[in-house]
Design a protein around this ligand. Sequence first.
Ligand SMILES: NC(=O)C1=CN([C@@H]2O[C@H](COP(=O)(O)OP(=O)(O)OC[C@H]3O[C@@H](n4cnc5c(N)ncnc54)[C@H](OP(=O)(O)O)[C@@H]3O)[C@@H](O)[C@H]2O)C=CC1
Ligand SMILES: O=C1OC[C@@H](O)[C@H](O)[C@H]1O
Length: 297
Amino acid sequence: MIASWFVSDLVLERGSDARAKHIIQVIGPSSETKGKGFVEKYYPNSAPKVYGSYEAVYADPDVDCVYTATLHAFHHKNMLDTIAAGKNILCEKPVSINAREAEDMVKAAREKGFFLMEVLVDFGLEVETASLPPDSCLKNLALGAGALLDIGIYSRTWSDILLNPSATDTPVISANTIPAPDAPIDLSDVIVMSYPRQRAQAILTCTLKKGSVVVYGPAASSPSGFVVTTKGPGKVWKCEYERAGGGFYYEADEVALDLAEGRKENGVMRLEVSLRMMRLMDEVRRQGGVVYPQGKA
Ligand SMILES: NC(=O)C1=CN([C@@H]2O[C@H](COP(=O)(O)OP(=O)(O)OC[C@H]3O[C@@H](n4cnc5c(N)ncnc54)[C@H](OP(=O)(O)O)[C@@H]3O)[C@@H](O)[C@H]2O)C=CC1
Ligand SMILES: O=C1OC[C@@H](O)[C@H](O)[C@H]1O
């Protein structure tokens, strides 16, 4: 799903404010038929090379950077294979299932000198788990299902970047998890992240069932408006504006500029941020009692 939105955004006609031009050299899902169908639907009138395996993408000398949008249960293997093959990576959130996997990936990228960045662009989705089949990636534990990894990562990451920009403080976390009635996953989490030194706290919620927005629009990365509300009657400010696309080009721009300037990490979405988030989410799940198969070894 998300890969199609990413590609649609990259091929948008953009104005003079575009900071980079992106070329989709190859498309490489798990089968060539799937790849051809994808190009026909989302990248028509173009002729990228289409492969029928991830390995073929990694091996292509024309590829500078691999965008990976497999389910997060597969990111660990996919990233390690990509790095071993000598490619840079832009990876969909969450970077992995847990901090141990994220540490492996960051270690491999750093040791081999490749760029790795996790991407967070949020599109809302309301899910009723009862209506999903047991093998759905939003319900199946082995596929990394659960509210925290699916949607909770956004508010967690944004508030940590905002309240702890130098990433020097480890927040004190207290969390509460409501399990889904029909699957061993977290349906809803409420998390308080306290930064005692900063005297700041973020109170965050995530749920597969319902959510609330303050910034609104087609995507958090390209909001069409926002409402600012402060305490007291009548203290509401509303602002609306227009912008093309879903904002995916911002992540691609970052990668292109970083690569062009020889950086191995992005300055905002640092690998340390991805690692911190995986560790924080491990702790939240430890408190909430959700254990993925990858965490049992
Ligand atoms: N940034 C954002 O806003 C969003 C990010 N995401 C993240 O992106 C990732 C992909 O999400 P989404 O696009 O919804 O996922 P999809 O369900 O569309 O699956 C993506 C790809 O993962 C592979 N895959 C799916 N199911 C299986 C399976 N059972 N076994 C092996 N491979 C499988 C397939 O790859 P192939 O085609 O090669 O066979 C599939 O095309 C997730 O990690 C998710 O958290 C998701 C939505 C929004
Ligand atoms: O990352 C995501 O963002 C929005 C949700 O709708 C989606 O399920 C999730 O994977």
